[in-house]
Ligand binder design. Structure first.
Ligand SMILES: Cc1ncc(C[n+]2csc(CCOP(=O)(O)OP(=O)(O)O)c2C)c(N)n1
Length: 277
């Protein structure tokens, strides 16, 4: 009985600490949008890592993902489109005692802000980057991004996208990062685990979340992902410190889409170590 009541008390504590993130603000995301579960997984990961709302700064880019900025009770900054990474790096460098999380969509990250991504990886800033890949510019109603698949018909590309899509994880791996992981908005438990691993990492954690966008990206809805996602843990002999294995693993974006920690380089010096500051 004593054991039971302790467990219930612990559960209540967890719930109270989970509720600290709630703002009660009106949600503006579409029904079925992956942002609900991504934001929930983020709250769960923070709670399970025993981080409170005054222990984190969450930096939001402009976009549907950015509209999460007032739906979480914490220090949040809603910055300019494509500029979330320098904003987050500044916050992290300005206060070593605070955990910094950045979120942005694929439009912001691979067009307006791709330059910032390159330097965030190179400098290994202590920032957890939750990259929302819904394969389009969602907030402005479905223009193709550099990650929209070739041939897909979008609102401003009615005949289909003419160019090959970039592969986000492979691009980042080519920059010699310290941490690359992938998850999917339909799997909250998996996202929670991956976000927790990213929070624990000392340098720049690049986390790609494949995100359902039922309104504007009808090509890859939840069902499409559900049939294709696989887990790195299922692979025998996978070596997450081998960058060439990692690049091979992330190549396929059509058939077997692997989720998990794809690459980790424990030897890379983070921003503080390399700069000696
Ligand atoms: C410099 C700049 N360019 C364009 C815009 C217009 N704009 C606002 S949100 C948005 C789309 C964002 O798409 P994405 O970054 O993929 O995020 P999502 O909405 O899909 O989450 C655009 C183009 C802007 N606000 N600032």
């Amino acid at each position: 009985m004593a054991c039971c009541s302790t467990q219930i008390e612990e559960l209540r504590d967890k719930m109270r600490s989970y509720q600290q993130w709630e703002t009660g603000k009106k949600i503006t995301w579409c029904g079925g949008c992956g942002n609900y579960s991504i934001q929930n997984a983020m709250k769960r990961a923070l709670t399970l890592e025993n981080l409170g709302r005054r222990d984190v700064v969450i930096c939001y880019d402009v976009g549907c993902s950015g509209n999460g900025s007032d739906k979480i009770e914490a220090y949040t900054i809603h910055g300019l489109h494509g500029r979330v990474l320098p904003l987050a790096a500044g916050a992290a460098i300005g206060n070593r005692d605070i955990k910094v999380i950045a979120t942005a969509g694929d439009g912001a990250t691979f067009s307006e802000g791709v330059n910032h991504l390159v330097h965030a990886v190179r400098n290994d800033y202590p920032v957890v980057f939750i990259f929302h890949n819904n394969e389009n510019y969602g907030l402005t109603t479905g223009q193709p991004s550099a990650l929209t698949k070739k041939g897909v018909k979008m609102n401003s590309a009615p005949d289909g996208v003419a160019f090959d899509a970039l592969n986000a994880a492979d691009f980042v791996l080519s920059l010699k990062p310290s941490f690359v992981a992938r998850s999917y908005s339909g799997d909250v438990d998996h996202m929670t685990d991956i976000f927790r691993a990213g929070i624990k990492h000392k340098g720049f954690s690049f986390i790609e979340v494949f995100q359902a966008c039922p309104t504007y990206n009808r090509e890859t809805p939840d069902d499409w992902y559900a049939e294709r996602v696989r887990y790195v843990e299922e692979l025998k002999d996978y070596d997450e410190t081998d960058i060439w294995q990692a690049r091979k693993l992330v190549e396929d974006l059509e058939k077997d889409i692997y989720l998990g920690i794809v690459y980790r380089n424990p030897k890379k010096q983070n921003f503080w170590e390399a700069s000696g500051l």
